[in-house]
Design a protein around this ligand. Structure first.
Ligand code: GLA
Length: 406
């Protein structure tokens, strides 16, 4: 990236172009669980392993979170996604399949590393991958999770839609929404009754304005879109779908633009940087989904950038908004605690000079005069000024924290 000849030296990126609301309690006397006061951070099996995940992969992931420094950087949840489920016994108790011989022992192992264990189910009869799910067994399953020591549940709509919503043939959209909400409320109550603080993650792809009712069913986070893929088109499309959702996020309840693809597929380093920067700007859950044992130093450096993580984890929990777009360049801003501010400038164009020259409009961000800050990818001190030309490589980002914006 280059920012005017005067400021060139201080902002060049080498090698490339460059919350306290308690969880609401509905119908329960239990005190609210103080979980997810900042966006949950951890790792989830799906984006890399998909259906292949095993007990050993989860143990390896826990080991790697510790040895790579990711745990110290804040990644604490180790989440098993779909395909751990076996069948129910005569008493209705669900058993893990052969890939997960002893879930309690696995939880103990993960906990022994100072980490937390997450699991996955669906309100329908079957999960998305076709495994046994929780319909009709919500209380029993929540108790089972608590008995194992589970700390996080991702609850994925899947077959509930056909098995219950379509089968009940709701008269109108409002009746259909009531069925959707009832499914998630049921598991919330079951989790609370089970008596263990468990982060509750809704996955129904952002349907029915889930951000409006998610907190009412105890959700700590809710997916806002369909599944992410490890390519720029998917990531940029999901990013744009978050514009307008900022007011629904806050401590204890977060918009979830899906798990990270950093380090997956053929994403360039610039794309990985932008993906991570923007998920941090969005106060998104930071759930890595990469192959931890084979992580490159560059990917590790992105995932453990403390300054960027601090943006994500800022205690105010105010999600970024898209301030303006100019051609193929988008400018997002986020208010941080201590009256600080973060600015992210994304070049979504196909090449370096696709929007050229791009001039940063600080006036339209409500900022007056030169602004001193830190480039969070180079570590350099920078001074941004109104109208300054900024060049950012294709799909790269300029991410600046301004401690005292004027
Ligand atoms: C859905 C979810 C994904 C993943 C899979 C598992 O597609 O959106 O995140 O959990 O199911 O089957």
């Amino acid at each position: 990236m280059r920012v005017s000849s005067l400021l060139l030296a201080c902002v060049l990126i080498p090698g490339s172009a460059w919350g306290q609301h308690p969880r609401p309690v509905l119908g329960s006397a239990a005190p609210p669980a103080q979980v997810a006061l900042t966006p949950p951070m951890g790792w989830n099996s799906w984006n890399f392993f998909a259906r292949r995940v095993t007990d050993q992969d989860i143990r390896n992931a826990a080991d790697q979170l510790v040895s790579t420094g990711m745990k110290d950087a804040g990644y604490v949840y180790v989440n098993i996604d779909d395909t751990w489920e076996g069948e129910r016994d005569a008493g209705g108790e669900l058993h893990p399949n052969a890939k997960f011989p002893d879930m309690k022992a696995l939880a103990d192992y993960v906990h022994s590393k100072g980490l937390k264990l997450g699991i996955y189910s669906s309100p329908g009869p079957r999960t998305c991958a076709g495994y046994a799910a929780s319909l009709g067994h919500e209380v029993q399953d929540a108790q089972l999770y608590a008995s194992w020591g589970i700390d996080y549940l991702k609850y994925d709509l899947c077959s509930y839609r056909e098995a219950v919503m379509a089968a009940e043939a709701p008269a109108d959209k409002a009746a259909e929404m009531r069925l959707m909400i009832a499914a998630y409320d049921k598991m919330d109550k079951a989790l609370k009754a089970a008596g263990r603080p468990i982060v509750y993650s809704l996955c129904q792809y952002g349907w029915d304005a889930v951000w409006e009712w998610g907190p009412k069913v105890g959700a700590n986070l809710w997916r806002t879109t369909g599944d992410i893929k490890p390519n720029w088109q998917s990531i940029y499309s999901i990013l744009n779908q978050q514009a307008g959702l900022a007011r629904y996020a806050g401590p204890g309840h977060w918009n979830d633009p899906d798990m990270l693809e950093v380090g997956n597929g053929n994403l360039t380093l610039a794309e990985n940087r932008t993906h991570f920067s923007m998920w941090a700007m969005l106060a998104a859950p930071l759930l890595a989904g990469n192959d931890l044992p084979n992580m490159t130093p560059e990917i590790r450096a992105i995932l453990t950038n403390r300054d960027v993580i601090a943006i994500d984890q800022d205690r105010l929990g105010r999600q970024a908004t898209r301030a303006y777009s100019d051609g193929e360049v988008d400018v997002w801003t986020r208010h941080l605690s201590g009256r600080a501010m973060a600015i992210a400038v994304v070049n979504a164009g196909p090449d370096r000079f696709s929007t050229h020259p791009f001039h940063l409009n600080l006036d339209s961000l409500g900022l007056k005069g030169p602004q001193k800050g830190k480039n969070l990818w180079t570590g350099d001190e920078v001074t941004l000024s109104n109208g300054m030309p900024v060049e950012i490589a294709s799909h790269d980002v300029l991410l600046v924290r301004i401690p005292s914006p004027r």
